[in-house]
Design a protein around this ligand. Structure first.
Ligand code: HH2
Length: 281
């Protein structure tokens, strides 16, 4: 089966002719699906890499609905050991933070992807740090969120969620490009679950392909999220593997270039079947 792919430059040295797996490493006590479960960062990094993660996304501040912010020093002390362990393996290291200072330290420690769920709006210094990532050959991921994690799920409203999220991301890419970050080094993400109800998440998942028109690679993070629990009745986030894998395959079919997942092994297995059908071995 021939796929017509958007023509995209590699991100952090990874070609984007097939979906790339970003494995999640939450160095947090309170993440929604695995908070406090990872104690040996180096072992978790090894596991993610062995299972097939090509990017490891390390976060030290939960962005689950209702989460409180964490001071810089506390966030840094959570993520630093994981960044060091991941950088030593040669995998692409992504830092999931809204804070310029955490991103700056992460870059010095070997991170090459700045994953900002606030799309560089939370911290006025973040745009300059994102430019440093681009100059180091890295990239920035700009994600859409309606409001901040503390309040975002209270009453999210859209007239046309696809159009509004698209317009927001297009505008954030423009701002970042004007600040000197080349669009080939910018990733866009519709932000599944960030200020969205079930119907908004479903519209965004179904319309993922639309975001290619922005001209940047797309990242999707649907793994274990609440909407899968709502659809399936599965209350325990860690048990939402099957629904998460289905979401990843939907993303792959719509040519999403980066899939952010907790369950790397299961996703890699599903994608290998998907890839064979598409002539990728
Ligand atoms: N989702 C989460 C965190 N960071 N970054 C991007 N780019 N896209 C996402 O969808 C996304 C993200 C939330 O998931 P998780 O990290 O597992 O939970 P928590 O925020 O509670 O740590």
């Amino acid at each position: 089966m021939t796929r017509i792919l958007p023509d995209r430059a590699p991100i952090c040295g990874l070609s984007l002719d097939r979906p790339r797996i970003m494995g999640i490493l939450n160095a947090t006590p309170d993440s929604f699906s695995d908070g406090g479960t990872v104690t040996d960062m180096a072992a978790r990094v090894r596991q993610l890499v062995e299972e097939g993660a090509e990017i490891i996304d390390i976060g030290g501040e939960s962005t689950r609905p209702g989460a409180e912010t964490v001071p810089v020093e506390a966030e840094w002390s959570r993520v630093a050991p994981a960044i060091e362990a991941a950088a030593a393996t040669g995998v692409v290291v992504s830092i999931d933070t809204r804070k310029a200072e955490v991103a700056r330290r992460a870059l010095a420690a070997g991170a090459r992807l700045f994953n900002d769920v606030s799309a560089l709006t939370y911290d006025p210094e973040s745009i300059a740090v994102a430019r440093d990532y681009a100059e180091a050959g890295g990239a920035v991921c700009l994600m859409h969120a309606l409001g901040d994690p503390k309040t975002m799920q209270q009453d999210p409203q859209y007239e046309d969620v696809l159009r509004e999220v698209y317009a927001y991301l297009e505008d954030r890419v423009k701002t970042a490009a004007e600040a000197g970050i080349p669009p080939e080094q910018i990733i866009v993400d519709p932000g599944i679950g960030f200020g969205k109800r079930l119907e908004h998440n479903l519209a965004l998942m179904g319309g993922l392909g639309t975001f290619h028109d922005i001209g940047c690679p797309i990242l999707m993070g649907a793994s274990r999220k609440r909407f899968i629990g709502t659809l399936t009745g599965e209350e325990v986030a860690a048990n939402r593997v099957h629904g998460s894998v289905a979401a990843a395959i939907i993303g792959a079919n719509l040519n999403v270039q980066i899939l952010r997942v907790h369950d790397v092994k299961a996703t890699v297995q599903a994608l290998s079947v998907w890839a064979a059908v598409h002539g990728l071995s």
